[in-house]
Design a protein around this ligand. Structure first.
Ligand SMILES: Cc1cc2nc3c(=O)[nH]c(=O)nc-3n(C[C@H](O)[C@H](O)[C@H](O)COP(=O)(O)O)c2cc1C
Length: 190
C-alpha cells in the first residue's frame, strides 16, 4: 500500500514552498501519496496531526537566523511525537548560508542541530538547503530587505557564485534536494 506523507512548510519569500513541491514530485514517484500543508495559509487549528501519516517532512525558510514562527509552532506542538518517532520525520530549511558549499555545515548546525538541542530532541534526518536571493523587480523581498541582502552578498559572499544583482539568484541544488527526498522514503519504508 502506498505511504501517506505530509510536507508541512512555511515560507516567507517562496523558496521553501517551491522546494517542497519538488520533494513532493520526487516522493510521489516512489509510491507515496503526498499532502502539502502551507502552515502560514492554514489556520493552526486545522493543521493535521502526524498520527494520520506514515512520514512527515517539516520545513522552514530562514530569516535573521530564525525559522518561521508557524514551523516553530508545528514543531513545538508535536515534540512528544518527534521524540517517540524520530524516524518518521525529516526536516529541511532553506537559507542563504548554504549557498556557499563551505558553509553548509555551519547552516546545518545553526538552523537544525542547535534547534534540536534547544528542544531536547534526538538527531533527526535533516538538511540545510540553499535558498534564493531574488533581487529582481518581482522579488518578494521588501525594499530594505533587498538592499540589506544585496550588500551582504556583495561584501561577504563568494563572488564566484555568479551573482545577478538585478535578477533571481537561485542557488538550490536539486540533486541534494532529490537525494534528501529519496533518503526520507527509504527511512520510513525500512
Ligand atoms: C531579510 C532577510 C534575512 C535573511 N536572513 C538570513 C539568515 O539569517 N541566514 C541565512 O542563511 N539566510 C538568510 N536569508 C536568506 C533566506 O534564507 C533565503 O532567501 C531563503 O530562500 C528564504 O526562504 P523562503 O523563501 O522560503 O522564505 C535572509 C533573507 C532575507 C530577505
Amino acid at each position: 500500500m502506498s505511504k501517506q506523507i505530509l510536507i508541512a512548510y512555511a515560507t516567507r519569500y517562496g523558496a521553501t514552498a517551491d522546494t517542497a513541491i519538488r520533494i513532493k514530485d520526487t516522493i510521489e514517484g516512489e509510491n507515496c501519496r503526498v499532502e502539502l500543508l502551507d502552515l502560514r495559509k492554514t489556520k493552526s487549528k486545522n493543521w493535521p496531526s502526524p498520527d494520520n501519516y506514515d512520514g512527515i517532512i517539516i520545513s522552514s525558510g530562514i530569516k535573521m537566523g530564525k525559522w518561521t514562527k508557524q514551523t516553530r509552532s508545528y514543531l513545538e506542538r508535536h515534540l512528544d511525537h518527534l521524540r517517540d518517532n524520530p524516524d518518521k520525520f525529516s526536516i529541511f530549511v532553506s537559507c542563504g548560508t548554504a549557498a556557499e558549499k563551505e558553509n553548509i555545515d555551519k547552516a546545518q548546525k545553526e538552523y537544525l542541530s542547535d534547534v534540536f538541542d534547544k528542544y531536547n530532541l534526538p538527531a533527526i534526518h535533516s538538511k540545510a538547503f540553499s535558498g534564493i536571493f531574488d533581487f529582481s523587480k518581482n522579488s518578494k523581498f521588501g525594499f530594505l530587505e533587498k538592499s540589506l541582502m544585496k550588500s551582504g552578498a556583495k561584501n561577504d559572499m563568494d563572488p564566484d557564485l555568479g551573482w545577478d544583482f538585478d535578477g533571481v539568484n537561485d542557488f538550490r541544488d536539486f540533486t541534494r534536494i532529490e537525494q534528501f527526498a529519496i533518503e526520507f522514503v527509504k527511512r520510513i519504508s525500512a
